[in-house]
Write a protein of this length. Sequence first.
Length: 253
Amino acid sequence: MSLNAKIRFVQLSLFYGAFAALKRVSMTMAERHITALIGPSGCGKSTLLRTLNRMNDLISGVRITGQVLVDGKNIYGPGTDVTELRKRIGMVFQRPNPFPLSVRDNVAFGLRVAGLTSRSDVAPIIERSLRAAWLWDQVKDRLEQPALDLPLDQQQRLCIARLLAVEPDIILMDEPCSALDPIATGKVEELMLELKKQYTIVIVTHNMQQAARISDVTGYMLLGDMIECGETAVLFTNPQDRRTQDYLSGRYG
């Protein structure tokens, strides 16, 4: 790919004890593009996603070989500040996970953890983040309302706003629409297409139509292997590997 490479996986393998969950994965993800990871359940796509913010570190017995390069730097190299890494690479989970706080306090949470406590300093960042998540108009008069009272799609966009407040440059999304209805899914997908103008986005999805609609590049994974990756339009219409074709046609997975 001739575009600027934001992320590179180089012969990345990950083991849970003796089990190889990822097998020598190599892939490049372009800056300010959406990359989708598809494949059947248990193929390793969420594990691959979590290598980017080192969430797999929290699992006992995990061992990694190879490299994960972000802006050319191996994030598994010595001296990596994992806390700073997770601020820079935010994550949206399968189900919306707002904190049991007000809308305002949810967005401000990361800012306060970072030591920014002045209401006058925080307020414009809250508004900017909610606007970026296409949520400001719906909640601007309800900032003190409990976040858990919002509809699910607004809760998910609130979680995205919470990420944007701390100014990441990569956003990871693990099945972000699986708990949403089709209308809410469409709103989140529109938001993702807008966000990629500023952010690099990596999404795991079981919804192949979603990958086809929103992603620039798609990688198909099977049993820990990256079987095929390339421009989404090409991969979906002219896959080069029979296993990819079988999956896309519904004959496998």
